[in-house]
Design a protein around this ligand. Structure first.
Ligand SMILES: [Zn+2]
Ligand SMILES: [Zn+2]
Length: 263
């Protein structure tokens, strides 16, 4: 089991401690976890300016030094709207992070809250949203694209045209950015992960091979949530799960491969 999308108290919307996540991971048999706190540069986001990289690293190193090696503990962050803040992204990239997730939460001043949903239909909102995703993937500077169909968590539905999705996926491949399967939507009562099977199939048909799996936990109990359903999905669609270490993609060994008898 792995979980490569976890928020700690270094995110404005979490109070969870790193050491408690590690204990919980051990309990659940999760082998690899990566802390990916929010870095938000949009002044409208209430986490604006909250992230403190120096403090994160100080704490991370202390916690890692104390932990035994039964759980692999990695460091990352989730950067909102990377295309708009490339300078800050480059600055943070100087730290020895294992993984950078790029996510679109905002379209300018618009977040898919109720007010915005009353004003824009799903089709209208998604049409703007995909352009923002495309721009961020074109700009790059990160390893994994977080929750690609994020508005689904709020609108409860998805709208896209094949043309725009294909353009996003071909740019992802070109930039060697991997797609994340984010399971948080399942905890919010939705039937599908972000993305669901439909988009994952288009991803594969267009040459996509790899995915990461993340719970987007903000509380300790949620670490590793629905990892099994996500893994099943990866297998059903014919993709492969990867882990990022020092920003390098590592393919997880296929657990079903057995060694020959005379090994
Ligand atoms: Zn996010
Ligand atoms: Zn997140």
């Amino acid at each position: 089991m792995t979980d490569q999308h976890i928020h700690t108290a270094f995110s404005c919307d979490s109070e969870a401690k790193m050491e408690d996540y590690i204990l919980e991971a051990k309990k659940k048999g999760i082998e690899t976890i990566c802390f990916t706190d929010h870095v938000d540069m949009n002044p409208d986001d209430y986490g604006y300016g909250y992230y403190d990289a120096e403090a994160f690293w100080e704490r991370f190193r202390a916690v890692k030094n104390k932990a035994d090696d039964s759980v692999e503990v990695l460091a990352g962050f989730e950067f909102g709207e990377p295309h708009l803040y490339q300078e800050r992204l480059a600055e943070l990239s100087n730290y020895p992070y294992d993984l950078i997730i790029g996510s679109i939460h905002w379209i300018g001043e618009l977040f898919p809250c109720q007010q915005v949903r009353e004003k824009y239909s799903a089709k209208e909102f998604y049409t703007m949203y995909w352009q923002e995703v495309l721009k961020t993937v074109q700009a790059g500077g990160f390893d994994v694209l977080g929750h690609i169909d994020f508005p689904k968590r709020y609108y409860g539905e998805i709208y896209y045209t094949e043309a725009v999705i294909k353009e996003i996926f071909s740019t992802l491949l070109e930039k060697e950015i991997v797609l994340e399967i984010n399971t948080s939507s399942l905890r919010k009562g939705h039937e599908q992960t972000m993305p669901g099977k439909e988009l994952l199939e288009i991803y594969r048909e267009n040459g996509g091979k790899y995915v990461t799996i993340g719970s987007d936990a903000h509380i300790v109990e949620d670490i590793g949530a629905d990892d099994r359903s996500a893994k099943q999905l990866v297998e059903d669609v014919g993709l492969q799960e990867v882990v990022y270490r020092q920003r390098k993609r590592v393919t997880l060994a296929n657990p079903t491969i057995r060694l020959p008898d005379d090994f």
